[in-house]
Design a protein around this ligand. Structure first.
Ligand code: ZN
Length: 264
């Protein structure tokens, strides 16, 4: 069986220390970041893993933030193993990459897991939460207040037909410009039939909602990101899910389920 997670050759944390021009520790960072400053002559190397900026940085960096200023160990946070480490995104990467607020500069929610623990978590627990959140969003989008009677109709139909209709709606949302009129009529008819409506009764909202559900079925990360208005709550759920299901004994010191997702 192909391994799902390729272990990193490089350590997850290289624990390089960034000092201000007045020698105050303002961040721990990776070696790449240290090299970036050194290559541009923006900093001087003090020691193998310590560098001092030649300019006063904007803001205070992570000044006073114990999580970001503390040294972190390269070991699996669950079992303590130091071999075959992988980067685990607490908020799944497929979701995180669509969230501008956290996709950069949030190392708090990237932690080391050995490939075995990573596989276990993704297969048994992360998948479950992802499906649960998608289902909640779908239920919300299809709440009776929004579309009277639609949920019953949806659930009674067979799955193959259901998926086809979602695909049709998604195609109508994306490709009408390049579709023949005949094709558009065919897709609209299938959707209308499915909803028990006539072509005249079929509204743009019907199509958008079914098209959005297609995204929910096939690109769950984007679907979750685009339909979660409370980002703080979303992040909290993923953190809690990881902690409760895996009971990690070696979380980095100062890691906190309630940690702010922004740098304030
Ligand atoms: Zn492990």
């Amino acid at each position: 069986m192909r391994k799902q997670f390729d272990a990193n050759k490089k350590p997850i944390y290289s624990n390089c220390r960034m000092l201000s021009p007045t020698n105050v520790l303002i961040a721990m960072c990776g070696k790449e970041k240290m090299d970036w400053y050194l290559e541009r002559d923006l900093a001087e190397k003090m020691d193998e893993k310590i560098f001092r900026l030649k300019f006063i940085p904007k803001g205070n960096g992570h000044d006073g933030d114990l999580f970001y200023l503390s040294e972190k160990e390269n070991k699996c946070v669950v079992c303590g193993s130091t071999g075959n480490l992988t980067k685990h995104h607490v908020v799944p990467y497929c979701v995180r990459r669509h969230l501008d607020a956290i996709k950069h500069h949030n190392n708090h929610d990237i932690i080391p897991l050995c490939d075995k623990c990573h596989q276990k978590y993704e297969t048994l627990y992360a998948k479950f939460l992802k499906e649960k959140i998608v289902k909640e969003i779908i239920d919300r989008l299809f709440s009776p207040e929004m579309v009277e009677g639609l949920p019953d109709k949806i659930h009674k139909k067979n799955k193959k037909e259901y998926i086809q209709v979602l695909k049709d709606a998604s195609a109508l949302m994306t490709y009408t410009d390049v579709m023949s009129l005949k094709r558009i009529r065919l897709l609209r008819k299938r959707i209308a039939d499915y909803l028990g409506k006539t072509d005249e009764e079929l509204s743009p909202d019907d199509i958008v909602m079914l098209g959005d559900m297609f995204a929910g079925v096939y690109d769950r990360g984007r679907f979750i990101a685009e339909n979660s208005s409370d980002l703080k709550h979303l992040v909290l759920r993923w953190r809690e899910n990881f902690i409760k299901s895996m009971c990690p004994k070696f979380m980095p010191q100062y890691w906190d389920v309630n940690k702010s997702i922004t740098l304030d």
